[in-house]
Design a protein around this ligand. Structure first.
Ligand code: SF4
Length: 700
């Protein structure tokens, strides 16, 4: 009763890519409750445990109070002027001595689109370094590159409603019960919408909570999903189950693809994947025989050295079976962070904002004209991606790093190597709302406002742009990421005037972003904050033709962005794992997440109920492996790989994991599992191969 809110502010959850609508209850300037928005089309009033307790992190003691500088090994709060002066002087000195690209920036899908766009514009056109990337590269860069290969552009073709319309739903490397729990609502509606239950196929080496809802569970061998999908395509071709009309009229590259797919007969695929031939035929028959079938995936596919090609393989399966641009038929990537999509479109990372190509003179000219900057200022190529930035720091080419709202010292693979690299920097600036492992290492901290303290937009996995609203004052002297970037730009001669003249609020950035995206696939030009709020989010493209947005891309009348204007079959070969198990490291480690925690716990680690529910990491071990090691549930053991060791991890003996494989969640810095993972990346997307690490267990 004491905490009954004075007002409820309509907003959007700031954690995952589902993008749930909610209300923030505010009392005397503090957020005291959160409740689901019953009118929001994504979640219809429901929220997961993280969303329901989101207000509790806003006033956590680990919040950064404002600008801070490390003096004699301790952080001291300073004025923003001092922090901006010290940082800008250091950046200028380093750039004068080593060149513009000696400064790099790593950002995040936790920022609002307005903030991400503003930051990218400042780094690329103000600091004039193209060494800029987001932690989204650790998360869904493979989906981006896979879509680009197949459609000529990024952009998930489907939407959540497809879960309610599909006759067959294949979840591949996607543990939605833990990571995107609200999506189950849309699957639950399927029977009501279609009058009968869908067939749910779950493909995952681990029998996750999501596998409990499967009609067919396929315990695939780790990282063999590309061979599995190629095998399904082979069977569909062999049996003549493909949709020839769709293939002939709506796609390109089929003939060449079919020649290549001959390398994946079912016997060979069964050997690679561990899924028997009969099952492969059964799944192919269900998928190809359905009126509408969808494949949805997350990190099990993306976080792999062959993630990009696996995404294109999933698109191939959709194209062969005519599952594109229709209700229930789509190859659908589910994103990790609340604004992973907004940053994909508006960021200046793997493309010029609005899905424009660095290499295209026309695209560069167009962007420069819209925003009124000299064309020569727009980079002609992408700079280093996230892992390449770390390698350039190792080589001594990058001397200053600006890390915004991300915590590499928990989330990046091969931590021993990362720590050594960061120690070589001359300047580390961390901009975050919370103290973190990475923030501890910084020279300067820019203390940022967090969710509920700022206004702007997040775009979720289904391209739905939602409004998140400021409902409470900023914590102490913190500033929003938008304010920090705009004010920091004033410390560089003429940059504010050139890039942000007159900008005072996030909506100024949103208005420019609307102009930049107009006429592009990711068209936001028909949106306003009021309209977004009224409609419960709007799916791009939204323009004069589609004033209320577009649920699905690539229906019959819509061209793709590649030269052919049609989706393309893109074949790729599966190859064996690089890091093979051996006597010294005989088990395969798989990492993932749990519903109670979000990423590196800078936020959820401050919330008592979530910490009580999931206070530490655990290792899942099969009964046979537990017997070999002579351990039982509740014992504590150590894990080691060629890179490092993690101690004091509690054992859960369970048949959820198969013999020879173990699972550990990655959130916990106390049991930092990324000490073990490898520096191995997808060569096209640069996404890390987090999922399959050869390890050893030690019971003493
Ligand atoms: Fe927030 Fe995701 Fe949970 Fe929805 S499912 S409440 S967006 S964390």
């Amino acid at each position: 009763k004491e905490k009954a809110p004075d007002e409820w502010v309509r907003s959007t959850c700031g954690y995952c890519g589902v993008g749930c609508g909610l209300y923030i209850g505010v009392k005397e300037g503090d957020p005291v409750y959160v409740k689901g928005d019953p009118d929001h089309p994504v979640n219809r009033g429901t929220l997961c445990p993280k969303g329901l307790s989101e207000h509790e992190m806003v006033r956590a003691p680990s919040r950064l109070p404002g600008a801070m500088i490390k003096k004699n090994g301790r952080f001291e709060q300073v004025t923003w002027d001092e922090a901006f002066r010290v940082t800008s002087d250091a950046f200028k000195e380093i750039q004068a001595k080593y060149g513009k690209s000696a400064v790099a920036c790593i950002s995040t899908g936790q920022l609002l689109t307005e903030e991400f766009y503003t930051l990218g514009k400042f780094v690329q056109l103000g600091l004039e370094t193209n060494n800029y990337d987001g932690n989204t590269t650790l998360c869904m860069a493979s989906a981006v590159m896979g879509y680009k290969q197949s459609f000529g552009s990024d952009g998930p073709p489907g939407c959540y409603e497809d879960f309610s319309h599909a006759e067959v739903i294949m979840l591949i490397g996607a543990n939605i019960a833990d990571n995107h729990p609200i999506l189950k609502l849309h699957i639950a509606r399927n029977k009501k919408v279609r009058g009968k239950k869908p067939t749910i196929i779950v493909v995952d080496p681990r029998h996750s909570k999501t596998a409990n809802m499967a009609d067919i569970y396929l315990p695939i061998k780790p990282r063999t999903d590309l061979a599995f999908i190629n095998g399904l395509c082979y069977i569909i071709w062999e049996q003549g189950w493909m949709d020839e009309t769709f293939i002939n009229e709506r796609t390109v590259g089929y003939k060449e693809f079919i020649k290549d797919i001959q390398k994946y007969p079912p016997q060979e695929v069964a050997h690679i994947t561990g899924i028997d031939v009969k099952r492969l035929y059964e799944v192919a028959r269900f998928y190809a025989g359905a009126d509408a079938a969808m494949s949805a995936w997350t990190m099990g596919v993306n976080q792999s050295a062959m993630g990009t090609d696996t995404v294109s393989a999933i698109v191939n399966l959709a194209l062969m079976t005519g599952n594109l641009g229709k209700p229930g038929g789509s190859p659908f990537s589910i994103t990790g962070q609340c604004n992973a999509m907004g940053t994909r479109e508006s960021g200046f990372t793997s493309s010029i904002p609005g899905y424009r190509n660095f290499a295209s003179a026309e695209d560069r000219r167009e962007y420069a004209e819209i925003v009124g900057v000299p064309e020569e200022l727009v980079p002609t190529s992408r700079g280093f991606a996230y892992p390449q930035i770390i390698e350039a720091i190792e080589r001594g080419e990058i001397k200053a790093l600006w890390v915004v709202a991300t915590n590499p010292l928990v989330s990046y693979p091969d931590q021993p190597r990362l720590r050594k690299a960061l120690a070589k920097l001359e300047m580390l600036v961390v901009q975050d709302s919370f103290m973190s492992d990475t923030a501890e290492l910084a020279d300067v901290l820019f203390g940022a406002a967090t969710w509920s303290e700022k206004t702007g937009t997040y775009t979720n996995s289904e391209r739905r742009c939602n409004l998140a609203k400021k409902s409470v004052p900023n914590y102490k002297d913190s500033k929003s990421d938008f304010e920090i970037v705009v004010e920091f730009s004033k410390y560089f001669d003429g940059k504010y005037e050139r890039l942000f003249n007159g900008w005072s609020k996030p909506e100024d950035a949103f208005e420019e972003w609307k102009k930049v995206s107009k006429g592009r696939l990711c068209d936001y030009s028909g949106m306003t904050y009021e309209k977004i709020e009224k409609l419960g989010g709007i799916q791009w493209p939204c323009n004069d033709e589609h004033p209320e947005g577009t649920p699905r891309l690539y229906d019959e009348g819509m061209k793709t962005s590649n030269a052919e204007g049609k989706p393309k079959f893109v074949f790729a070969d599966w190859f064996p794992m690089e890091e093979n198990i051996c006597t010294a490291f005989p088990l395969i480690l798989n990492t993932g997440r749990t519903v109670e925690q979000f990423h590196t716990r800078t936020k959820t680690g401050t919330i008592k109920i979530l910490e009580d529910l999931a206070p530490e990491a655990w290792v899942e071990l099969s009964p046979k492996d537990a017997e070999k090691l002579q351990v039982k549930s509740g014992d504590r053991i150590s894990l080691s790989s060629p890179r490092g060791r993690v101690d004091d991890v509690i054992v859960r003996v369970t048949e959820v994991v198969g013999e020879g494989t173990v699972f550990v969640p990655f959130h916990f810095n106390e049991q930092l599992v990324n000490r073990l993972t490898q520096s191995l990346f997808d060569p096209k997307s640069f996404e890390p191969n987090y999922k399959q690490t050869a390890i050893q267990l030690h019971s003493e």
